[in-house]
Design a protein around this ligand. Structure first.
Ligand SMILES: [Zn+2]
Length: 455
């Protein structure tokens, strides 16, 4: 490892020249309206590839590819000594739409205000794209030769279909990335500030799994002037009432136990005591019941299913021939959909109600808490932010990472930007990133990758 790389470790700010480089890359990509799946994702991908080529990456090592000529993705490879399998870096260059009239600034012009940069994608996930691309350019310039290849994919449809991630992970696109030992996802994880201090650094090691079911009741129907006891709407309504009362069992994985123990310090005493009790003994029913009465803990500790849509009947004066409900489930990682559908049928407890999967789940396992990886991330994190507690976390949403986990590549979400817990503007209006936090994340990402690229 070269001297320039060594000396960068633990510093919170890049050099002035590298700060300007990172800012100009972020401003350029924020300025491109790369709404998920749109042609502008190709424009954004092309802009990044142009920069990588100008920095010395060859046509074989930095290029556009993908399943469609309307979605842009970037692959970039920093060649190493081949002493170990490659590591994969991930981020996405697409964004959710944003309307000028909803925002205080133009969402597609990066605007600086009071120490923040505003613009669509500044926190989800063009800051991650910029971290990867800037660091690739710095490594190339500094002639950094890692022990193993560092390969990055930047996808153009994460916010919608994630077809590109699936293609890279388990389709024909796999040849672009080879067989990475693990992946680092810059679209997950991240830090939380409590009381003005860097408190928690989350390493995302698993995601809940999204799966949707349809509950359907059919009936012969008839004239509404001649009602009968059998009625599709009543049958469905009763089934939904029983479903509303159903609770899936509490499950505490190794990652969840660590998360409960370590994040308890940042909760009020009464909640912290419950968290520690459940971490010690998940079967402690009284503590678990109290803790899961709080929505966010309930979502962490069990699979959930909830009715989200309802439809039925075809005329005001006819008995309904059809009643249908949509039930959206978020399964704990490692759960089998067969178990969930069986539980739903048992909860519904009426064979007149058909329960079927509306959309197949992308089942993905949790990534193992490999000591080498978790310890390295923790140590780098503490070097940057000495007060920080590092813990594995399961996110309740889904990212591109699930497709790689499913394909056998463990994924660790290592976003390095600290935010206030009330600051959640991703996908919303006036999305922004605090400038000094952005630079910290850039340096943290560089230090973690350098450390983990060692054999
Ligand atoms: Zn994202």
């Amino acid at each position: 490892m070269g001297a320039a790389v060594e000396s960068a470790g633990g510093q919170l700010r890049p050099s002035p020249a590298d700060s300007i480089l990172a800012r100009s890359i972020l401003a350029e990509v924020v300025g491109i309206r790369s709404v998920s799946g749109s042609r502008e994702t190709i424009e954004a991908a092309s802009a990044l590839v142009r920069r990588l080529r100008a920095a010395g990456f060859s046509e074989q090592d930095a290029y556009l590819t993908g399943t469609s000529d309307t979605i842009g993705n970037v692959v970039v490879r920093l060649r190493g000594r081949g002493l170990a399998p490659p590591i994969l870096l991930m981020a996405h260059l697409d964004v959710v739409p944003a309307l000028r009239e909803d925002w205080s600034t133009d969402p597609f012009v990066m605007t600086e205000k009071d120490g923040w940069w505003y613009g669509r994608g500044t926190i989800d996930n063009k800051e991650g794209v910029t971290t990867i691309v800037t660091n690739m350019i710095r490594w190339k310039r500094d002639k950094f030769v890692p022990d193993r290849d560092i390969v990055a994919v930047l996808t153009g449809d994460e916010e919608t279909l994630s077809d590109q991630a699936e293609w890279f992970a388990s389709g024909a696109g796999r040849r672009h990335i080879g067989n990475p030992q693990f992946a680092l996802n810059f679209d997950a994880g991240g830090g939380t500030i409590y009381g003005g201090r860097e408190a928690m650094l989350d390493v995302q090691t698993s995601e809940k799994i999204y799966v949707t079911y349809k509950l359907t009741v059919r009936n012969a129907g008839g004239h509404s002037s001649q009602p009968r006891p059998d009625n599709a709407i009543y049958t469905l309504a009763n089934a939904l009432s029983r479903l509303a009362a159903h609770r899936f069992p509490i499950e505490v994985s190794d990652a969840t136990r660590l998360w409960l123990e370590r994040s308890a310090a940042f909760e009020p005493d009464s909640i912290a005591a419950l968290m520690r009790a459940v971490a010690r003994q998940p079967t402690a029913a009284a503590a678990a019941a109290k803790l899961t009465a709080i929505t966010r803990f309930n979502a962490q500790l069990r699979t959930t299913c909830v009715a989200t849509r309802l439809a039925g009947g075809h005329a005001d004066n006819a008995l309904p021939q059809l009643a249908q409900a949509t039930v959206n489930c978020r399964m704990l990682p490692g759960t089998d959909t067969a178990v969930v559908i069986r539980a739903l049928r048992q909860a519904v407890a009426d064979t007149a109600v058909e329960v079927r999967e509306a959309q197949p789940a992308t089942v993905s396992p949790p990534s193992p808490l490999r000591p080498g990886i978790m310890t390295a991330i923790g140590e780098v994190g503490k070097r940057f932010w000495p007060s920080v507690v590092v813990a594995p976390v399961m996110s309740s949403g889904a990212t591109d990472g699930s497709y790689f986990r499913r394909a056998g590549v463990p994924v660790y979400g290592i976003g390095g930007i600290f935010t206030d817990p009330d600051e959640s503007r991703a996908h919303g209006r006036d999305e922004r990133v605090e400038i000094r936090r952005f630079y910290e994340g850039l340096e943290f990402g560089k230090a973690v990758v350098e450390r983990l690229s060692k054999r």
